[in-house]
Design a protein around this ligand. Sequence first.
Ligand code: KG4
Ligand code: ZN
Length: 357
Amino acid sequence: MNKKPIILGIESSCDETAASIVTENEQGVPTILSNIISSQVDVHKEFGGVVPELAARSHIDKIDLITNKAIKNSKISLEDVDAVAATAGPGLIVCLSVGLSFGKAIASSLDKPFIAVNHLEGHALSPKLTSNLDYPYLLLLISGGHTQFLSVQGIGKYKRLGTTIDDAVGEAFDKTAKMLGIEFPGGPQIEVMAKKGDPNKYKLPKPIFYKGGCNLSFAGLKTAILKITKQINTVQEKNDLAASFQKTVEDILYKKSKIAFQEFKMINKQTKNTFVVAGGVAANKKIRDKLKTLCEKENFEAIFPPINLCGDNAAMIAMVGLEKFKLNQFSKLDHPAKPRWPLDEGAKFLKGAGVRL
Ligand code: KG4
Ligand code: ZN
């Protein structure tokens, strides 16, 4: 019987230091042996956002400890690892450099292959850790830095169908939270407040709702929220605004996903269609439910990563490592950290907006 590959994954692209061991069982089903995440929320709270230098220093302090914990919890020894996969981008360069150099050093000392991983590909493949998922599938990636519809044709093969032309949806959640006086990172807290509010209380704009195909925009929404926050004071009003904001985002994602479904079906002619929603914002229960309803209507299978794998983690990085290991796709030890690294590298820039489509 062939030995199954054991992959060490390392993630340090922003404010989470994470390490994980992933392998697969006899049937080829991916299996997480350990998944350790250390969040830096307390480091950045008082600054209202991630401070790159502080984040990098915290990664340096913790990466060794977190990786040792991942090895220990997986009950393997470091020598059992067949390859080391580390996030090489996109992200904050000072943060990426920590995990990337650490991963390269381990691979080199063990004399095992090294795999540089695109963080976005980690999110894209995260549902594979818990669900059976065949290519091609339609991906909606909704995180703090990205909002994109992509047709995922295979590992490393992505066709972009739509993107935000300004802010990412996670950024809109975080900025709305900040305007409502909630501590960083406020996105998850908006969901909590929204449960106590009236989603129909405030009518908010839906930029490029009726045009732009499945491209999205959130900047106008933010400006409208800023105006309203200047006129409200009570807790109930704030909850109502959180609920109205969340409902507007749900409506935008619903409408744009419906358009993306048509575009996906035009380029992929299979009978069974799958819609994957991944990234930090995919943890939002209301957004999940709304997009599940759309899938039921449109005959797409809806697949979401479990909530604990929506945000940044190293299991998703090891998952990409596992797939690339099986394809013998290894990286050189001089692979650079890439602050900007789109999944579809051949995509064209949208004229004037500085946005890649
Ligand atoms: O994927 P992620 O952990 O990091 C990036 O790669 O960006 O996503 C983080 C984003 C943040 O903007 C955060 O506020 C948002 O995901 N987020 C949420 C929820 N949980 C995290 N937004 C809405 N509802 C949530 N429950
Ligand atoms: Zn992420």
